[in-house]
Design a protein around this ligand. Structure first.
Ligand code: ARG
Ligand code: ZN
Length: 882
């Protein structure tokens, strides 16, 4: 049903553009007071009627307007807050437009703005309209030529997309460069950078023999932190050739690091702009997780050159066309660079804790949304991560070879075009012969489906039966759901290992080398699968590899979970069974605590975790993942609406952690010492795995016995890298009652205050500490000279860290945590609406929290009543209150 909220954009209203812009010439005159931009647009009407041209434009001062070099008189056009409307244009003409903008005052970090002394741009999704009047929509693609004039002393480096045509000196110590991008592109892929930057340079020879110059530009302070990203870039380029057959297409590829940036990074054609936190790395300042993130984001943005730039989106409802596909591609890349199972576990953990919550909340939307008020609110986990899961399911259904054929067909068929998710599906269907008709519901229906499984075993007939049913909860605007196509990867575990799985009536499949694994297709509300020749009562191993983004319901008993955990053939299921077991035990402890009883932690869990630690043949990275208990946010989400008691969840989870620490104390100590190493730091899989497990041992030891905090102090003093240093500091800080943490935190700040990315981690750590003083500390840190409300990384670290990673304090019973967040959002609403809106996410989960709903809604209500609410905040607040 369509609601009539003003400002809502609907997919069904899509209309092709009435004008094309074949060529775009931009001339920037960058100044300290303002920037003057002269644009020349080579327009061609695309419809028979003489319709007015409606150009987007916001916060622009129009200075001059002419058509084919003839100034337009005032009656021929109209300017509104959002548009420039021009009547009676010839079918083909050149529109020249001179405007003034003030990048120095642009705190939204959208359009052209300043970060420290450098100029930079962020245009996706609709930022280009803050630079000049334009058809700022992705289906208008144009060949850009960009001229930049600037002071030569302040801005020796002037960059834009494509190839450098010329550089010349001008009068008054100014200089000029001209860039030309031969590939037609939508305005959202335009970029400009000007600054006093240094760079590192490397080169890459493509499979086709093209030599590409690769450069990473940074502020001089950061020149020593570029090497890792450069290596990651070269690995990405090679991988995309080998796995997807995609080659780079220009002679130059640039990356620029910027300290003030709303998102992670942006794939502008040949000029990627990165949040410095997603590209700069050095062992002194970057953790292992940070390194892995950088590698993934460098790859992600590079992969967009094909999945996003060469083939782009017709409209923003199709965002997942490029983002879901590109996240899938970067996840495959990371899996190939490191451990596939570990990568899968990390991704699924995130999906289940954060995307499932989005799907269960007021902002739930399909992978391809049908309407929005502010498109920036739809750069979501659903569009990105669930979108990637949908592509992964296509990969599973088609198999690797046909999927690759579909991808090749998609790229060749649509090269240079702006297309839809439907076009992607059609290419996959045409290349594979597979019908994805019903599968399309994944793009149209919101919500997380629930897959419910029951089983029975007939010993006499040696048959084993699975009854599978699916349902999907209602989401805003979608009361009823049709059945999805759900690939259910599975196996059966017997006493001696995985059993052959053969469906009744089916010939044994000689084509597959693994007869213990198969993918069942669930496409109706209810289905039955009978397996024959099953000689013992098996334990079902379900949803292997997390083959679909669904909640699985199956009544596992704890013995079965222990068996799967230690012996199943699928690494993901081994991890997931441990998580389910932990979840069951934590809920049991919650129930005990809420009845005022002493907690009795099931020894099955502590025993299973102890055995994991004892088995040195296991991959330490996997053991570390398996030891990580489900997070408090996920536990709250699992509790369901109106049932999450944050304090109880926190206490129960801590109690279980302590019990595991106590039970495994000896082996934890042995592993902690055994995993120590004095090798020089390298961000490589084997070392990362070792550090992860060792630091997880430290964490459990501290929970078991405060005396072990001495280990953390020693580690903090002797650590040679940020991973070990921060883990030790966190261990001390998270045991604030028993540990001396104030001095170590102060020392840490003194040691690293010159590194802004480390200061961010320092802020985040203090924001997440569960001690009772957290809220006052966060308020205090907001006054710290190193905090800056205008810098998104600082806001995310301190305020986002508090609201997102400190449940007990954010959800304080007196509502002070909610008030703090809403106060910040109210301020950011006018400074930077995108960041303001993103910070709202924890408040939108109000339905889950028992005893807190009124307080949370109250803050949303307070925000709703603010004057001049940005569309970003307006949309999330109003939808959350519905
Ligand atoms: N396309 C970018 C990426 O995923 C994200 C840019 C999002 N920007 C925004 N303002 N919403 O790599
Ligand atoms: Zn992306």
């Amino acid at each position: 049903m369509r609601d009539a909220t003003p400002g809502t954009v609907f997919l069904e209203d899509y209309q092709a553009p009435s004008y094309l812009i074949n060529r775009t010439e931009l001339h920037f005159e960058l100044g300290e007071e303002d920037t003057i931009l002269t644009s020349r647009l080579y327009l061609l009407r695309a419809v028979p009627d003489d319709v007015p041209l409606q150009l987007h434009g916001q916060e622009l001062e129009l200075l001059q307007l002419s058509v084919d070099n003839e100034p337009l008189d005032a009656a021929a056009y109209q300017v509104t807050d959002d548009y420039l409307l021009i009547h009676k244009l010839p079918e083909q003409c050149v529109l020249t437009c001179k405007t003034r903008i003030k990048p120095q005052d642009n705190s939204s970090l959208e359009g052209l703005y300043k970060s420290h002394s450098m100029f930079c741009t962020q245009c996706e999704a609709e930022g280009f309209r803050k630079i000049t009047y334009y058809l700022d929509r992705p289906d208008v693609m144009s060949v850009f030529t960009v001229t930049i004039d600037a002071d030569a002393g302040r801005y020796p480096v002037l960059l834009s997309n494509g190839n450098l045509l010329e550089a010349t000196a001008l009068d008054n110590n100014r200089h000029r460069v001209q860039w030309h991008d031969p590939f037609p592109k939508p305005s959202y892929l335009f970029a400009l950078v000007a600054g006093d930057l240094q760079h590192i340079e490397d080169s890459f020879r493509t499979a086709g023999g093209r030599d590409v110059t690769l450069r990473i530009y940074v502020e001089p302070k950061d020149i020593g932190k570029c090497d890792y990203a450069m290596d990651a870039l070269k690995r990405s380029m090679r991988w995309d050739e080998e796995v997807f057959g995609r080659e780079y297409d220009l002679d130059i590829f640039n990356i620029v690091a910027v300290d003030d940036f709303n998102m992670g990074a942006m794939e502008n054609k040949s000029l990627n702009i990165f949040n410095s936190s997603c590209v700069l790395a050095h062992p002194d300042i970057t953790t292992d997780a940070g390194y892995q993130r950088i590698e993934a984001i460098v790859a992600h943005e590079y992969f967009h050159n094909w999945s996003g730039n060469r083939v782009t989106c017709r409209d923003w409802f199709q965002l997942s066309l490029k983002e879901g596909f590109t996240v899938f591609r970067d996840a495959e890349f990371s899996s190939d660079m490191g451990s596939r199972t570990v990568k899968r576990v990390e991704d699924v953990s995130m999906l289940r804790s954060a995307q499932f919550a989005e799907d269960a909340g007021p902002m739930a939307h399909p992978v391809r949304p049908e309407s929005y008020i502010e498109i920036n609110n739809f750069y979501t986990l659903t569009v990105y991560e669930k979108g990637a899961e949908v592509v992964r399911m296509i990969h599973t259904l088609l198999g690797a070879e046909k999927f690759r054929a579909g991808s090749d067909l998609y790229f060749s068929r649509h090269d240079g075009q702006a297309v839809t998710c439907e076009d992607f599906l059609l290419a996959m269907e045409d290349a594979s012969g597979m019908d994805l008709g019903q599968f399309r519901r994944w793009y149209a229906q919101a919500g997380t489906p629930v897959l419910s499984v029951a089983d029975s075993y007939d010993a006499e007939a040696q048959t084993y039966t699975l009854e599978v049913s699916q349902r999907c909860p209602a989401t805003p605007g979608q009361a009823e759901k049709q059945p999805f196509v759900i690939p259910l990867a599975m196996g059966l575990l017997g006493d001696a290992g995985n059993l052959p799985v053969k469906l009744a009536g089916e010939e044994p499949d000689h084509d597959t080398d693994d007869n213990t694994h198969r993918v069942l297709i669930i496409d109706r509300e209810q289905q039955q699968f009978v397996f024959e020749g099953v000689q013992e009562h098996p334990v079902p191993s379900l949803l292997r590899g997390f083959s679909a983004p669904v909640r699985l319901e199956y009544n596992y008993d704890r013995d079965a979970l222990c068996q799967l955990m230690s012996r199943d053939g699928d690494g993901f299921v081994r991890w997931d069974s441990g998580q389910t077991l932990a979840l069951q035990v934590i809920s049991e402890v919650q129930a005990q605590l809420s009845r005022g009883e002493a907690a009795a932690v099931d020894p099955l869990l502590t025993g299973a975790f102890t055995r994991l630690l004892e088995d040195e043949s296991l991959d330490p990275a996997m053991v570390a993942e398996m030891l990580a208990l489900p997070g408090e946010g996920y536990l709250a989400e699992q509790a369901g609406e109106g049932a999450a008691d944050v304090d109880l969840i926190h206490r129960a989870r801590q109690r279980v952690k302590q019990a595991i620490g106590e039970a495994a104390e000896q082996v934890l100590l042995a592993r902690y010492h055994g995993l120590a190493s004095d090798e020089a730091y390298q961000p490589v899989g084997e070392q990362i795995a070792r550090r992860a497990l060792r630091n997880s041992c430290l964490d459990y030891l501290a929970c078991a016995n405060p005396a072990h905090l001495a280990l953390a102090s020693e580690q903090l003093a002797s650590a040679g890298n940020m991973t070990d240093r921060l883990a030790a500091l966190k261990t001390l800080a998270f045991h604030a009652e028993e540990a001396d943490w104030t001095q170590p935190l102060a020392d840490f700040y003194q040691d690293w205050r010159h590194e802004t990315l480390v200061v961010n981690q320092w802020l985040q750590l203090q924001a997440a500490m569960p001690d009772a003083g957290a809220l006052e500390r966060v308020r205090g840190l907001m006054e710290h000279p190193d905090f800056d409300l205008r810098n998104p990384n600082k806001v995310r670290s301190l305020v986002g860290g508090f609201a997102g990673q400190n449940p007990v304090n954010f959800h304080r019973a007196d509502g002070a945590g909610y008030r703090l967040l809403a106060d910040v959002i109210a301020q950011l609403n006018s400074i930077n609406p995108q960041i303001a809106s993103r910070l709202l996410a924890p408040l939108t989960r109000w339905r889950f929290y028992v005893g807190r709903q009124e307080l949370m809604r109250g803050e949303l209500q307070r925000l709703a009543e603010l004057p001049e609410l940005s569309p970003d905040v307006y949309e999330v607040v109003t939808k959350s209150l519905q």
